[in-house]
Design a protein around this ligand. Structure first.
Ligand code: DQA
Length: 143
């Protein structure tokens, strides 16, 4: 089983970016933690981060036939991107929406997710552990 971990805009700045919301772990730290966790679960993980919406759409399209599912932290595009939503709906790869912070306890514009309805589930508010919990949920779901 292969899982794509896809991260959107500004998540390349994790570690330095608003640590009160996003913690002190870098994206490299999170990717290392997920690689270790994937080894324990006996699955493979691949990683991609982009600040560019179209590159994330391309990554979702290219995942077909290569990956069995996606962990997606679309970051700010969660709240704005019809293109990402449509890409997920088109490829039909089981996807878990991930957020480090609890988006529902933050500004109102973060309460709307355009991608949630085309995901199998959502994990929000557990910091870097959100990714680990999402990986477990997706692997269990995929069986
Ligand atoms: C985020 C939450 C989004 O609202 C925000 O734009 C991000 C990160 C999170 O992981 O908590 O960039 O997706």
């Amino acid at each position: 089983m292969k899982i794509l971990v896809l991260n959107g805009p500004n998540l390349n700045l994790l570690g330095a970016r608003e640590p009160q919301h996003y913690g002190v772990q870098t994206l490299a730290d999170i990717e290392k933690m997920l690689t270790d966790e994937a080894n324990v679960l006996g699955v493979e993980v691949g990683f991609f981060q982009s600040n560019i919406e179209g590159e994330l759409v391309d990554a979702i399209q290219k995942a077909v036939g290569v990956y069995d599912g996606i962990l997606l932290n679309a970051a700010a595009y969660t709240h704005t991107s019809v293109a990402l939503r449509d890409a997920l709906a088109a490829v039909k790869l089981p996807t878990v929406e991930v957020h480090l912070s609890n988006v529902l306890s933050r500004e109102e514009f973060r309460h709307t997710s355009l991608i949630g309805a085309v995901c199998v589930g959502s994990i929000s508010g557990f910091g870097a552990d959100s990714y680990r919990l999402a990986l477990h949920g997706l692997v269990n779901r995929l069986g």
